[in-house]
Design a protein around this ligand. Structure first.
Ligand SMILES: [Zn+2]
Length: 287
């Protein structure tokens, strides 16, 4: 496996132990200007489509939280069928072209989330809920392994998705739609997943219109699973943006909020596709 799994043990706000695992469900590479460009909107799209260079292989992280209330799986990663010819054909001509030319995947069957959970000795029955940060394929393609688990999705993201491929969803997929009516620190739209309010879904838009992150509060620090807010933590601190945002303005606002949050709390920040995030989790290296 290209990206080694990482596990750390922390203390929940209740004083009980909480375990956090980061596992990669394969690898992905994207056009370099897809990951970062000075342009925005349509110009950014044209820039990365004309770009012939790909990035190094990047992980597709899934975060698993063994919490006193149960196990929570954040995103579901990719599946090995993504390598099949014709995987995207049902999604139409444009999606088929886009998804086979602008990025590439490398996923082995044993890297899929069900096998990773088995390696961690976590039976699917122990999983209280799957939380999806957004509906992109490399976050939702592992859904097939959770036919009987509640899957929580931001209602606003479900109602106005951006770049999702619904033809690839399992036929039974019917998420629990969360309304993000709470406020959490600087985030105006939040949803408390646990009674103790220590796992929170917060709206961090830009990449999609209602993209979410998941924040775990512990006695030691906060673990901030930022999904696709950015590709690398330094993009937030250096104000560098990806070429694929639904809204550049929203992405700028989200960056400012994440910077503000992290300046006041000890926070380990984990983007879905940054290899270095595993080391930061292991060493509790804060933003
Ligand atoms: Zn995405």
């Amino acid at each position: 496996m290209e990206f080694a799994a990482q596990t750390i043990e922390l203390t929940a706000l209740s004083g009980e132990p909480v375990k956090v695992h980061l596992v990669s469900t394969g690898a992905v590479t994207v056009k370099t200007k897809f990951r970062e460009t000075k342009r925005t909107g349509l110009l950014a799209m044209i820039a990365f489509m004309l770009d012939s260079k790909f990035t190094e292989w990047m992980p597709i992280w899934v975060m698993i939280i063994e919490h006193p209330d149960g196990v929570f799986v954040i995103d579901t990663g990719e599946n090995a069928n993504v390598n099949d010819r014709g995987y995207f054909r049902s999604s139409g001509i444009f999606a088929n072209w886009f998804d086979t030319t602008q990025f590439k995947f490398k996923v082995a069957r044993e890297e899929e989330i069900d096998r990773q959970l088995r390696s961690l000795h976590i039976p699917v029955e122990r999983i209280k809920a799957v939380l999806l940060t957004h509906l992109h394929l490399d976050h939702a393609d592992g859904l097939r392994h959770f036919p009987r688990t509640p899957v929580i999705v931001n209602k606003a993201e479900w109602q106005r998705p951006f770049g999702d491929l619904p033809k690839l969803y399992p036929s039974w997929f019917k998420p629990v739609l969360a309304e993000l009516k709470e406020k959490y620190d600087v985030f105006d739209h939040a949803y408390y997943v646990t009674q103790a309010k220590d796992i929170v879904l917060v709206q961090t838009p830009g990449h999609t219109w209602h993209h979410c992150s998941v924040i775990l509060a512990t006695r030691e620090c906060h673990i901030f699973f930022g999904a696709d807010i950015c590709y690398e933590q330094r993009q937030i601190t250096n104000d560098k943006y990806s070429g694929t945002n639904a809204s550049h303005q929203m992405a700028m606002d989200t960056y400012a909020k994440v910077r503000s949050f992290c300046s006041r709390q000890k926070t380990v920040f984990i983007p879905s596709h940054e290899a270095a995030a595993a080391g930061r989790l292991k060493n509790l290296q804060y933003v």
